[in-house]
Design a protein around this ligand. Structure first.
Ligand code: ADP
Ligand code: MN
Ligand code: MN
Ligand code: MN
Length: 340
């Protein structure tokens, strides 16, 4: 007997990487081995030296195929099998997660996305525009909700894959939705977010619908799509000094631009200061403030402990990069402040 392993990896497409996958048939009970692919077709190699290596890093039950079949998330390496490929941002997160692991960082990421049917967001009429924003967020009813059957199927698939998905909701634009992954450790949340994205595309494919992480999927007076990143360390979960220290660390000289520039392609077009965003070039934080770069949830101020929400990452961000930067910036400062 045999089973199917769907090898999933992140390619080298610029400026925003894409997911790729292909299937390997394995003998029952066999561990997914190292495999290879044609990097010249994924912007990860030149044609004359095209081989790249797929090294499995996490496996999940495959909810699409069911049975013993697996989804196998991989890191990409050069053929010496020792050098992470330049597109392999997971390799950069590994040592940072290990260095600050003692602080027990946790992340919950809110992934917003938009369904498209042809060239229009799902629910946009063939001519003109739908009624303006206002009723769609967490709405109900056929006049407000587009694609719920796909969203439900995706949620079910994530749960069957064993992903730490924590919720879903309809967003402020028709056809726009969100799911949340976490709270989980940096590597876990980023791995599982990438797999949940793959399952989103794969699930919607069967409905003849595409999903996009485009941060500004509709021009005009429509919300963009983000990936609000909720973050805490053990000290932040235990006290308010650590919450404020983390917020201030993110505002230190040079940090705001360093973060924003690595929070996804086109972040300047989304962080305009309108539509529940702060301007990309002005750092701010505040309690309950959805117009700030970083929000301290109201119950965190009340309880004097908990987590913070970085509202800046784009829907199309790389969670390996976003979690690395947050851990590097906040955990280093918490350590200096004796709050590690
Ligand atoms: P919002 O009110 O901004 O829409 P959501 O409910 O969509 O918030 O998402 C909040 C996310 O924060 C969830 O994924 C949740 O699991 C996560 N979260 C909760 N507590 C923590 C914590 N202590 N550290 C990190 N993330 C957390
Ligand atoms: Mn949310
Ligand atoms: Mn949202
Ligand atoms: Mn949020």
């Amino acid at each position: 007997m045999s089973y199917k392993a769907e090898y999933i990896w992140i390619d080298g497409t610029e400026p925003t990487a894409k997911l790729r996958s292909k299937t390997k048939i394995l003998a029952d009970g066999a561990e997914p081995p190292v495999w290879g692919f044609d990097g010249s077709s994924t912007n990860q190699a030149e044609g004359h030296a095209s081989d790249r290596v797929l090294r499995p890093v996490a496996s999940f039950p495959d909810p699409i195929r069911g049975g013993e079949n697996l989804l196998v998330l991989c890191e990409v390496f050069d053929t010496d099998d020792d050098t992470p490929h330049s597109s392999n941002t997971r390799a950069l997160l590994r040592p940072v997660a290990e260095r600050f692991g003692g602080q027990e960082p946790l992340f919950g990421i809110e992934q917003e996305y938009t369904f498209f049917k042809g060239s229009r967001p799902l629910g946009f009429p063939e001519n003109g525009f739908p009624a303006p924003q206002g009723g769609y967020y967490c709405g109900v009813g056929a006049d407000e909700i587009y694609g719920r059957e796909i969203v439900e199927a995706h949620l079910e698939n994530c749960l069957r894959a064993g992903l730490g998905i924590s919720g879903i909701n309809a967003e402020v634009m028709p056809g726009q939705w969100e799911f949340q992954v976490g709270p989980l450790s940096p590597l876990e949340v980023a791995d599982q977010l990438w797999v949940a994205r793959w399952l989103l595309y794969r699930t919607a494919e069967d409905f003849g619908v595409s999903a996009t992480l485009d941060p500004k999927p509709a021009k005009g007076d429509w919300n963009g799509a983000g990936a609000h990143t909720n973050f805490s360390t053990r000290a932040m979960r235990e006290g308010y000094d650590a919450i404020i220290t983390a917020c201030d660390a993110l505002g230190a000289e040079g940090k705001p631009l360093h973060h924003v520039r690595n929070y996804g392609t086109g972040v300047e077009d989304r962080l305009t200061g309108a539509h529940e965003t702060a301007p990309w070039d002005e750092y701010s934080y505040g309690v309950s403030d959805r117009g700030a770069s970083v929000r301290i949830p109201w119950q965190v101020e009340r309880d004097k402990k908990g987590y913070i929400e970085d509202r800046r990452p784009n829907a199309n961000c790389d969670p390996y990069v976003v979690t690395r930067l947050l851990v590097e910036t906040c955990c280093a400062e918490l350590e200096r402040a004796g709050l590690a």
